[in-house]
Design a protein around this ligand. Structure first.
Ligand SMILES: *Cc1c(COP(=O)(O)O)cnc(C)c1O
Ligand code: SF4
Length: 378
């Protein structure tokens, strides 16, 4: 199936590769879903029900990566087409709208401070496409706001100046790479005036859902404000297209390292083969797989949840057989605002001070005499 041909048969290559054309021609709301349903010849009653609670918009580019007509069972389609399950009962009773308690850890508007040395700022509420598994779905009810206000930014600056132990700011949202460049520059410059802020990290899904946004002009801006790290969000190997690769390469050539955070999602990437392909392909384009998240227990996302044991089983194979540079940390963001907890393989089976037993990656046991090997020198 070729959704580009079905929905935009007359678009020129020039328009297609223009990010503003992509944003302007997003499918969204009831009209967008009806158009999609017509093109696919399928019933969209279920998706229409879901968008009464959770809004919908998607770029033509990202929609064009859907390969199967059965969109809710396609790895890209599932991430971007609303499912009736988002608003069904189990989804509402089991989950919370803010399990990470981000509101509680927000000392001032638009800033989340949960860990001592780093904060998150929410620079915009706009996204190119709205991911159905998003853990900030609770904010979608607000109107799309292009950018954090001047006043809010002043408050953020004041707060950060009074907290010199904060050394890193994660600029998130929404998607900060959708900000008008003057606004983005304004924010980065404001952060750079605080001498205790050493590193800026941008969280963005633009390389995945709107890669043509990564223009030379944007890259030059980022280059001027280094050290900047980018964390993006590829979840499936089909998302690593030629256009996406070239966007990543432009950022890398501007001196910006790119890492990736994936979410383990049922029906998208909850099997070894898919994740293995994803992580290896990321390494091949010099993106470091940084985190694989267990899906947060957020309302409207229960149909994406994968049992923890399954994630561990997949990662156990990965830990044993795949080079370390391809393997992200497997992390659960604990509900109740408990913070991130890493799941790591433990090769140390027992240790009693004198002797330790290790299991090798091939499950062979090796005894190590600690007193002999690691005795302190006296
Ligand atoms: C995840 C997160 C961070 C960043 O944590 P890292 O482990 O450094 O990636 C910072 N603040 C909040 C509130 C977070 O949820
Ligand atoms: S791009 Fe990020 S913030 Fe926006 S909908 Fe997707 S996961 Fe949520």
């Amino acid at each position: 199936m070729n959704l580009k041909k079905l929905l935009w048969p007359h678009v020129s290559e020039k328009e297609w590769n223009n990010w503003q054309w992509q944003l302007k021609n997003r499918l969204s709301g009831t009209a967008g879903l009806m158009r999609l349903g017509e093109a696919l010849g399928t019933d969209v009653t279920g998706p229409l029900k879901a968008i009464k609670t959770y809004k919908w918009a998607a770029t033509p580019y990202y929609l064009s990566l859907i390969k199967s007509k059965d969109v809710l069972h396609d790895p890209v389609g599932r991430q971007v087409i609303p499912s009736p399950k988002e608003t069904e009962a189990p989804s509402l009773s089991l989950a919370s709208s803010d399990p990470l308690r981000e509101k509680e850890y927000s000392p001032i508007k638009g800033l989340i401070h949960r860990y001592r040395d780093r904060v998150v700022i929410l620079a915009t509420s706009l996204c190119a496409s709205y991911c159905r598994h998003c853990n900030r779905k609770r904010q979608w009810a607000q109107p799309e706001c292009i950018t954090v206000s001047q006043k809010a930014l002043e408050e953020i600056k004041g707060y950060l100046s009074s907290k010199p132990h904060v050394r890193e700011v994660l600029v998130s949202g929404g998607d900060p790479l959708l900000l008008p460049l003057v606004k983005l520059e304004f924010i980065l410059e404001a952060l750079r005036t605080i001498s205790t802020i050493k590193v800026i990290r941008l969280g963005t899904r633009v390389p995945v859902t709107l890669p043509m946004r990564v223009t030379d002009e944007l890259c030059m801006l980022l280059k001027r404000h280094r050290p900047i790290w980018i964390n993006t969000h590829f979840n499936h190997p089909d998302e690593i297209t030629k256009v996406a690769k070239s966007a990543i390469e432009r950022m890398q050539l501007a001196g910006i390292p790119v890492s990736n955070q994936s979410v383990l999602l049922q029906g998208v990437n909850d099997d070894y083969e898919t994740l293995h392909r994803l992580f290896c392909k990321l390494q091949e384009i010099m993106i470091r797989p940084y985190y694989l998240f267990q899906c947060d227990m957020v309302k409207g996302t229960t149909h994406f949840w994968v049992p923890l044991e399954r994630g561990i089983e997949i990662m156990e194979r990965m830990w044993a057989h795949v080079g370390g540079m391809c393997v992200p940390n497997f992390v659960v963001d604990l509900p109740d605002g408990g913070g991130k907890a890493r799941l790591l393989p433990s090769h140390l089976l027992e240790s009693d001070g004198g002797e330790a037993v290790f299991s090798t990656f091939e499950k062979r046991l090796i005894k190590v005499h600690l007193t002999h090997t690691y005795a302190p020198q006296v």
